[in-house]
Every structure is written in structure tokens, then in C-alpha cells.
Design a protein around this ligand. Structure first.
Ligand SMILES: Cc1ncc(COP(=O)(O)O)c(C=O)c1O
Length: 371
């Protein structure tokens, strides 16, 4: 490989050492013939819930499905409004929408990209039933403030923890604060499956029972279908693989943190980087920077052999399902993130020299783009 090239993500580095164990776990499922739900799913649900520190896990088909199931299982009704930050992956809003609820957008913080609770308060109306804090880029939201806000307005809290497996706020893990939380196991997530997967976590036995029904065609007992539920169960082979991978999650997050420290040392003060926040232990799902003339900088990075990503553009309210370009200007801070954000290579096992090369390439590209 050209030694100038730094991939944006390299899943091979996490998989090479554990492929044998994953294949053994898959073979055990194949031998058992237990392909839908079953013991491998239950084992993973228990292990992941316990990792996060909550009572119940319900494995589902994706993170988007986890948001839909969490919305329905927490009792949000069709037509009720759910506050969603305008700067997030579109799945946050689509997941809510697929449940029949109406996403209503709010601003995010200019420095962290996390939900702006003043703007969220301004979005509360007579039909508002829930709020979705998104632990974006692996940063745990300040959940005591989110909880106080939700309590003040009588709202359900559904955490979008799709990017925050293992992140914590004041010692408790992301996913343990809300009435329910949704995680994604998309392959490049901090804990990723070999395909799609997700989970709904909750401490509430009734919400958990409702989530189990909503993922499984509304089935309460064999042949007894009490809701018009989905077929969105966590695949059993994926659960078997995820149980193996969960053992490595803390180590992988530590590797991401090391890379983030090197980036911050080299880039802080020159381009916008996420701040250190007292009380937060972030897991760096991505390493975003904020730069002027982002698209030219991205092009120059790619020209230098550095993989980069854009997370996310355009802002969600400007995507066609939510109104498109006509809504430009409604959420200027979210729109500024969408225009300026660039994600640098970040994955477990990235080496110091790769991080340094990517950081140096950014400094050069920012200089060139300015000329
Ligand atoms: C913040 C956020 N929410 C929701 C999702 C949806 O997850 P999935 O792709 O598993 O449906 C993702 C990831 O894709 C995400 O990053």
C-alpha cells in the first residue's frame, strides 16, 4: 500500500485478530439451527444491557429500527411531536417518523454539535411528547441538563446512542439515562456487526416488553398479535458475532481516544476541534474538525491520499423528506456544521504515524485551500 494513504476506516484491523472466534460463534449458531431470536440473541441482549448498565435490551434490525421501536414502545402516539436536533444523521428523524410521530427540529451547540436545550425549549408545543438527544460523534450529551429539561416539559427522553457505545456522562454510560435508548451496530460503529443491527435499551420492564412486541409483528404470545408491529429482529448470526466483539469494545475505544489526543495536540488552535468537557468521557466514533472552504479541503485531503468523510450535509431539515432547500436558514448553527464539518480517519488500530500524516495533510490542505 502507498504509505501516504490513510484510510478513513479500516475494519480489517479490528477483525483480523478475532475472525476465528467470530466464525466459531457463527458455526455454533449454524449447528444449532436456532436462526430467529433464540439464545444467542438473548445472551447478547443481556451482555450489552449490562455493559451499559440498564436492565433490558431488545435486539432489532438496525439503529433506525431501534429509534422507531423505542418511540412506539415509550408510548409516543401517531401525530405527536418529537424534538430532534437538526444536525445529526437523517436516521434520527426518520426513525421517529417511521413510528408515526412528527420530528420537530431544534438547533445544536456551535462547539459540540450536541442538542441546544434553549432551542429545544422553543420547539416545545402542545403536541410535544418526547426529545431525542443524540450523542453525536461519540460525545455523551450532558444528560442531567437534558433530564431536567424533559422533566420541566413532561417529555419522554429517547437517547440516540448510535455513535456512543461506551461513552459516559458523569460516570454513567450513554444509553442509561433516557426512558429508552437506541444503538446501531452498523459495521463501522464503535461496536459493529457484520451487517445491520441495533438494540433498544431501557430500565422499564413495560417498555422492554412493548419493544419486544414491536420488533416481532406485535406478538405478545404465540399467535397473539396485539399491535401492528414490524419484523425487525436482531439477526441471530449478528448477535453471535456481536457477543464476541463486545469483549473488545473498551480496548477499541481506548485506541480511538489515543488517536483523538494526537489529533487534538496537532490541530487544536488551528482548526475547530471538539472541546474537552468536564464530566464527559467520549468515545470518538468520528474525529470531526470545522474548517472554512470544507469541500476544497476535502478534495485536497483525498488528493493527498487521506480518507475523509462529511457528517452530515445537508442539515436534516434541508433533506427532501423534511422540506429540502426551502427550509434553508431555519437552523443556522446546524447549517454551519453541515457546511464546515470534515471527519478525519478514525478507527481502532490507527497508528500514531497515520494520525500524524492525516493531521499534517489537513494543515497543508487548509493552507492550500485558503490560497
Ligand atoms: C446518530 C445516528 N442515528 C441513527 C443511526 C441509524 O443506524 P442504522 O444505520 O443502524 O440504521 C446512525 C447510524 O447509521 C447514526 O449515526
Amino acid at each position: 500500500m502507498d504509505d501516504r494513504v490513510v484510510p478513513f476506516v479500516d475494519l480489517g484491523r479490528t477483525h483480523d485478530a478475532i475472525n476465528g472466534d467470530i466464525l466459531d460463534a457463527i458455526e455454533a449458531v449454524v449447528d444449532s439451527g436456532d436462526f430467529i431470536l433464540g439464545s444467542a440473541v438473548e445472551r447478547f441482549e443481556r451482555a450489552f444491557a449490562s455493559f451499559v448498565g440498564v436492565g433490558h435490551g431488545t435486539g432489532v434490525g438496525s439503529g433506525t429500527a431501534a429509534l422507531t421501536v423505542a418511540t412506539l414502545a415509550t408510548g409516543i402516539e401517531a401525530g405527536q411531536e418529537v424534538i430532534v436536533p437538526a444536525h445529526t444523521y437523517i436516521a434520527t428523524a426518520l426513525g421517529v417518523m417511521h413510528a408515526g410521530a412528527v420530528p420537530v427540529f431544534c438547533e445544536v451547540d456551535s462547539v459540540t454539535g450536541l442538542i441546544d436545550l434553549d432551542s429545544a425549549a422553543a420547539a416545545v408545543g402542545g403536541r410535544t411528547a418526547a426529545v431525542v438527544p443524540v450523542h453525536l460523534y461519540g460525545q455523551a450529551c450532558p444528560m442531567d441538563e437534558v433530564a431536567a429539561f424533559a422533566e420541566r416539559h413532561g417529555l419522554v427522553v429517547i437517547e440516540d446512542a448510535a455513535q456512543a457505545h461506551g461513552a459516559s456522562w458523569r460516570g454513567a454510560k450513554a444509553g442509561s439515562f433516557g426512558h429508552a435508548a437506541a444503538f446501531s451496530f452498523y459495521p463501522s460503529k464503535n461496536l459493529g456487526a457484520l451487517g445491520d443491527g441495533g438494540i433498544v435499551l431501557t430500565d422499564d420492564e413495560e417498555v422492554a416488553a412493548a419493544a419486544r412486541r414491536w420488533r416481532n409483528l406485535g406478538q405478545r404470545a404465540k399467535g397473539e398479535h396485539v399491535e401492528a408491529g414490524f419484523n425487525t429482529r436482531l439477526d441471530t448470526l449478528q448477535a453471535a458475532a456481536l457477543s464476541i466483539k463486545l469483549r473488545y469494545l473498551d480496548g477499541w475505544n481506548a485506541s480511538r481516544r489515543e488517536a483523538s489526543t494526537i489529533y487534538r495536540e496537532r490541530l487544536g488552535g488551528v482548526v475547530g476541534v471538539l472541546p474537552r468537557r468536564p464530566g464527559a468521557d467520549d468515545v470518538w466514533h468520528l474525529f470531526p474538525v470545522l474548517v472554512a472552504d470544507r469541500d476544497r479541503v476535502a478534495e485536497r485531503m483525498r488528493g493527498r491520499g487521506i480518507g475523509v468523510g462529511l457528517h452530515y450535509t445537508p442539515a436534516v431539515h434541508m433533506q427532501p423528506p423534511f422540506g429540502g432547500q426551502d427550509r434553508a436558514g431555519e437552523f443556522p448553527v446546524a447549517e454551519a456544521w453541515a457546511a464546515r464539518e470534515l471527519s478525519l480517519p478514525m478507527f481502532p488500530g490507527i497508528t500514531r504515524s497515520e494520525v500524524e500524516r492525516a493531521a499534517d495533510a489537513l494543515l497543508e490542505s487548509v493552507g492550500d485551500a485558503g490560497r
